[in-house]
Write a protein that binds this ligand. Structure first.
Ligand SMILES: NC(=O)NCCC(=O)O
Length: 473
């Protein structure tokens, strides 16, 4: 029996198995009966607890992003909602479920999310203790399963991954030590929930151990950078990885003392023994809206490493790198089976892209993608501008969560909530990667030689685009 997931699973040699006991079993059995892919019973209706919407006095915390209306508050119902929901719904799926009749909903989900092995991506039961912890923390907790076809020559190769999205808990005006410790404490609880649930590879969001303060351009936030062996959050993550026999991907600011105290945005892969397997530094640094990250760190210099862990070969494409097709391809060429995309992005900027990009990468590269986004609205004491002609403001806009997993067969899970901390547990059979490759042949038919030649020409300063002009123009 696999720890946490209430049924036997082939291919994963983990011990444990927790029993359902308390009043929450009613909730749990409702969730287990729910074939919609959403554990409805775990979706609390209380307002967001960790969103720090009120972290600063009202006069300081005004929300701001009225880009679409050139600075005026929208009057068409599209104004930002203070609780971070979609007009009162925690996700697009929750909204569709509320208004679509069953038959129509099925068709909408089939087209929007795709089918895995001929049906909707299945749900998995969740350990009762974990479910009640999630309810107590007002967290969104969802569990899904991607299956593959049975094969004659190979056993299934199931892996359980976990995605974590989290908000900050204390105002950004609190002492740095207090801010950081509050996040370490929160993530410890969530890692324990993941460990109890049998998660084998867990990925945290980008810069989870600090506010996403890069909008401010204030250099004092560099203090959150850590040494990858001895930093406070690294020590905790290493302890938790060992405790739960779990690989943990933690994306934080790295302080590189070997190279003159340089700061990097770095994903560290910590192995199941609590050892640092390796790191990947963010390849693409945004220069858009309030994402003033280039003030703090440079483009990474670690290429596209794939980390061979106890459970799977994984890569990490950090946030803005998801807009770069070849960045995704790099991890694929190096043999990744799962690529995580720990992110921090806001609704006004990228929400229409979010559901597409990770999925497109999973299809193009025939691997699983775990897309993780920060959640909550973070406000800062000193107002800032970003040279975009918007009035000075104190907040970044709403980080919309909505983390999900995309499969190489073009199906995906529903999203975690847009306005709550969340843990998503996803079991997948990695055999589907080869099955999809055999069927679709996307890698086999790639014209890498042709692309390589084009790129070799393109990077020359005197590159001439291959344009064939209509001679009649
Ligand atoms: N963290 C980060 O790179 N955000 C950039 C904005 C985006 O890519 O949506």
């Amino acid at each position: 029996m696999v720890r946490g997931l209430l049924r036997p699973k082939p291919g994963i040699g983990r011990k444990g198995g927790l029993q359902s006991t308390s009043a929450d079993s009613r909730l749990l059995s409702t969730a287990m009966r729910d074939t919609s892919g959403v554990l409805r019973s775990l979706q609390a209706t209380t307002p967001m607890k960790f969103g720090v919407l009120n972290a600063l006095p009202k006069e300081v915390s005004g929300t701001h992003d009225y880009t679409a209306t050139n600075g005026a508050a929208p009057t068409n119902g599209a104004a930002p909602v203070d609780d971070g929901s979609l007009a009162g719904h925690e996700s697009l799926e929750a909204l569709l479920e509320k208004y679509l009749p069953e038959k129509e909903l099925e068709q909408a989900i089939r087209v929007l999310h795709g089918y895995n092995q001929g049906k909707r991506v299945g749900t998995l039961p969740i350990d009762e203790n974990v479910a009640s912890t999630a309810a107590a923390l007002d967290m969104d907790l969802k569990a899904y399963q991607f299956t593959a076809a049975e094969e004659e020559m190979r056993e299934p190769r199931t892996v359980v991954m976990g995605l974590v999205q989290n908000s900050i808990d204390v105002p950004t005006t609190e002492p740095f030590k207090v801010q950081k410790q509050s996040l370490i404490d929160k993530i410890e609880k969530i890692c324990d929930m993941a460990g109890e649930s049998g998660v084998q590879i867990l990925c945290l969001q980008e810069a989870w151990n600090m506010p996403f303060a890069f909008c401010t351009r204030e250099k004092r936030w560099c203090e959150f950078a850590e040494d990858l062996e001895t930093g406070a959050s690294m020590l905790k993550i290493k302890e938790l990885a060992k405790k739960w026999d779990m690989v943990i991907v933690t994306t934080i600011l790295e302080r590189d003392d070997v190279h003159s105290s340089t700061v990097w945005n770095t994903a560290v892969v910590v192995g199941h023994n609590g050892n640092v397997i390796g790191k990947h530094r963010k390849n693409h640094i945004p220069r858009v809206n309030d994402f003033n990250e280039s003030t703090y760190y440079m483009e990474g210099n670690t290429g596209h490493p794939v980390f061979e862990t106890k459970y799977a070969k994984i890569g990490v494409n950090i946030c803005y790198g998801r807009h770069h097709t070849l960045n995704w391809m790099g991890f694929g060429l190096n043999g990744a089976e799962i690529v995580f995309n720990p992110s921090a992005t806001v609704g006004e900027l990228s929400e229409p892209m979010w559901a597409i990009e990770a999925r497109n990468a999973a299809i193009n590269n025939t691997y699983f993608v775990g897309a993780i986004n920060r959640v909550g609205t973070e406000t800062f004491e000193n107002e800032f501008t970003s040279g975009d002609e918007k009035p000075a403001h104190h907040d970044f806009g709403h980080f919309y969560g909505s983390s999900y997993v995309a499969s190489p067969d073009a199906s995906r899970t529903p999203a975690l909530a847009r306005n709550k901390d969340g843990l998503m547990i996803v079991e997948c059979d990695l055999n589907i990667i080869q099955q999809v490759r055999d069927r679709w042949g996307i890698q086999m038919t790639g014209r890498h030689d042709m692309y390589a030649k084009l790129l070799a020409r393109y990077i020359q300063h005197d590159f001439e685009p291959q344009i064939i002009r209509d001679p009649q123009l």
